[in-house]
Structures are given as structure tokens and as C-alpha cells.
Design a protein around this ligand. Structure first.
Ligand code: UT7
Length: 325
């Protein structure tokens, strides 16, 4: 049987606390104008004390399950993409599994920083198409505020907390690969030689601490537009569609200027780009499913629309995926 992973539902969750640019400018040497002009960010959400990555993930997962009309008993695979797990172990996915009351199948984390959702989606898609599992929760969840150095103005203005999720369902592929709903093709890539562009300066086996985010923003920026565009072209070619012909572009939300760079390079339609960066900042692995869920909920993305997602993050990791909503 030829299987296809249908994106059966989506959902997002943002913590209540809003942190504005003006508030950050009271603690580090920055200002609202610089942050808006250089990044497009106006505000971001910050998880409450005691609110964990798994808590955000569970909220997003429940929203996605309700959107898909499925229950905990229907889920047999949970993949959480996160760089900010509740604990070193067990996997945040295992904690989420227990909190959701899912009692079968597998649950594990994927670590690809801002590309995490793309890597998790690709993993789940392959598991489902192989017939190993039937219905997956693919979640991107982060409390990046906990690894940000709040004295470093170059990074602390960028990140926010949140979670997004989709339900992926194995369905029989009927008919044309491009016309049928579901995941059409994905491309994920890593170049570990560029790890120093974005990393944390700690870890379990090195410092025994979680560490703080360190970034060579300008060098990373230059890599981003190039590599993201190239992955999108690869995915498009494989599916037989030009990136400019997709209905919706749902990018990882790192910087408004990166989005605009990709839009210009590939001739995408600006009004077909889903951007949440102004209100959410960079939520790392959560940003793509959060943006997708928002655009589904407000009716922009409809059943059958062709959607391209992309990301680039620490590792260096990057890639793109094409699916029909
Ligand atoms: O999600 C993972 C992928 N992430 C990315 O791909 C992020 C890529 N990088 C970026 O988004 C941008 O490089 C940043 C937004 C991080 C920085 O923007 P930039 O235009 O590349 O600025 P820059 O790092 O070249 O810094 C320009 C100036 C510097 O001052 P001098 O040396 O010119 O005097 C910085 O010190 O801006 C200064 N600066 C700031 N000024 C006010 C850096 N951060 C701030 C700040 N407020 N928050």
C-alpha cells in the first residue's frame, strides 16, 4: 500500500506573559526601533515560573488533537522537537506522553534547534509511510528564555517561548503525488563544521550546566537566505513545482529580513508569507507549527493548499518541506 502522511490538525500555545522591546531596553542597551528595524520583532512571550516546555507542548498538542478530531487513544507516536527540554532525561516527549494520557507507541525528542520541527516532521513522515505507526503528534516546544543570556543584547532580543503541534496521520495515497493532500517531500541537512555560528556555551558532559545561547548573528544571517532558498528549490524540483507557485510559505521565524531575502530571491508572493515574528519573536522549533496553526485557524490556509515550510538553525541545520494542507 502506498502511504501518505496527512496533516490532520494543528494547534499552538503561547504563554500569557508578553515581553515588549521597551521592557528589554530597560535592562540592556537596546531600543524598540533597532529591534524592529533589524528583526521585525515587537514583542515575545515568556513562560511563567514553573511553566515547563512539556506544559507548553501539551497545550499545543491538545489543540492540534482537537482540530484533528482525535483522542489520546488514537496517537501511537510522539516526537517533540526541543532544545530546551524539561530535564536532561527522560525525553520531553515521554513526559508529554504521560501528561496527555497516551499509553501506546513511542515517544522521543529530536534536537535540531530552530530546524527541529522540520527534522521531527521528516522523521514522523518516514515512520508513517513505512507503516510503523499510524498517527503521530509532531510538536515543536521551547522555553528559550531559560537559555538566553539576558545581559547579551545581540541575542536576548530575538527569542521567545511557545509551542506548536500537528497531528500526522497515515492515509492511503490515492492518485497524483502532488495533487493529494499530505506531506509530499522533505529535505533536511546538517553541516556540523558551522556549529559555532549558533550554539550554547554549556552542556551535560562539558560544563555540567545548560549554558547560554551564543551567536555570530551576521555570519549566520548570510548563511540563512542562501541555504534556505537552495533547500526550497530542491524540494520544489523534486515535487515538480516552483517555490513561487506554492500557495503558502510558512517559514521559521528568525528574522523578518531573512524572510524578505528568501521572498526576493525566489520571487515569492509577499502576501502568501505567514509571519508571526512581530508578536512572537523566534520561538525556535515552535515557530513553524505556531505560524501554520495560526494561518489555519484564521482561515488563510485551506484544505488542499500547497504549503512550503523552511528553517535554518544551530548545528548548522536547515531544510524545507512541501505538503498539501
Ligand atoms: O533561528 C536561528 C537562525 N537565526 C538566524 O539566522 C539569525 C541571523 N541573524 C540575525 O538575525 C541578525 O544578524 C541579528 C538580528 C542577530 C543582528 O542584526 P545585524 O544587522 O546582523 O547586526 P550586527 O550583528 O551586524 O550588529 C550591528 C550593530 C553592532 O554595533 P556596531 O558594531 O556596528 O557598533 C551591534 O553591536 O548593532 C549592534 N547591536 C545592537 N544594537 C542595539 C546588536 N544587537 C543590538 C541590539 N540593540 N539589540
Amino acid at each position: 500500500m502506498n502511504l501518505r502522511s496527512l496533516v490532520a490538525g494543528s494547534g499552538g500555545y503561547l504563554p500569557r506573559r508578553v515581553l515588549t522591546n521597551d521592557e528589554i531596553s530597560k535592562t540592556v542597551d537596546t531600543n524598540d526601533e533597532w529591534i524592529r528595524e533589524r528583526t521585525g520583532i515587537r514583542e515575545r512571550r515568556i513562560a511563567a515560573d514553573g511553566e515547563l516546555t512539556s506544559d507548553l507542548a501539551v497545550q499545543a498538542a491538545e489543540a492540534a488533537m482537537s482540530d484533528a478530531g482525535v483522542a489520546a487513544a488514537d496517537i501511537d507516536l510522539i516526537i517533540v522537537a526541543t532544545t530546551t527540554p524539561d530535564k536532561t532525561f527522560p525525553a520531553t516527549a515521554a513526559i508529554v506522553q504521560a501528561k496527555l494520557g497516551v499509553d501506546k507507541g513511542a515517544a522521543f525528542d529530536v534536537q535540531a534547534v530552530c530546524s527541529g520541527f522540520l527534522f521531527a516532521l521528516t522523521t514522523a513522515d518516514n515512520f508513517l509511510r513505512a507503516g510503523a505507526h499510524k498517527r503521530a503528534l509532531v510538536i515543536g516546544a521551547e522555553t528559550f528564555s531559560r537559555i538566553v543570556d539576558w545581559t547579551d543584547r545581540a541575542t536576548c532580543v530575538l527569542f521567545g517561548d511557545g509551542a506548536g503541534a500537528v497531528v500526522l496521520e497515515a492515509t492511503e495515497l490515492n492518485g497524483d503525488t502532488l495533487a493529494a493532500r499530505g506531506v509530499i517531500t522533505t529535505e533536511i541537512l546538517t553541516d556540523g563544521r558551522l556549529a559555532n555560528l549558533l550554539h550554547v556555551d554549556g552542556g551535560v558532559s562539558s560544563t555540567g550546566t545548560a549554558g547560554h545561547v551564543r551567536m555570530q548573528g551576521n555570519r549566520l544571517f548570510r548563511q540563512a537566505v542562501e541555504r534556505i532558498s537552495s533547500a526550497m528549490v530542491t524540494v520544489g524540483k523534486r515535487a515538480g513545482v516552483a517555490p513561487s507557485d506554492v500557495d503558502w510559505f510558512v517559514p521559521h521565524q528568525a528574522n523578518e529580513r531573512i524572510l524578505n531575502g528568501v521572498v526576493e530571491k525566489l520571487g515569492l508572493k509577499r502576501d502568501r508569507v505567514v509571519s508571526t515574528i512581530a508578536e512572537q519573536g523566534n520561538t525556535s522549533a515552535a515557530s513553524i507549527p505556531l505560524a501554520y496553526a495560526a494561518a489555519r485557524q484564521d482561515g488563510r490556509i485551506k484544505d488542499g493548499d500547497l504549503v512550503m515550510i523552511e528553517a535554518l538553525g544551530g548545528g548548522l541545520t536547515w531544510g524545507a518541506a512541501l505538503f498539501r494542507a
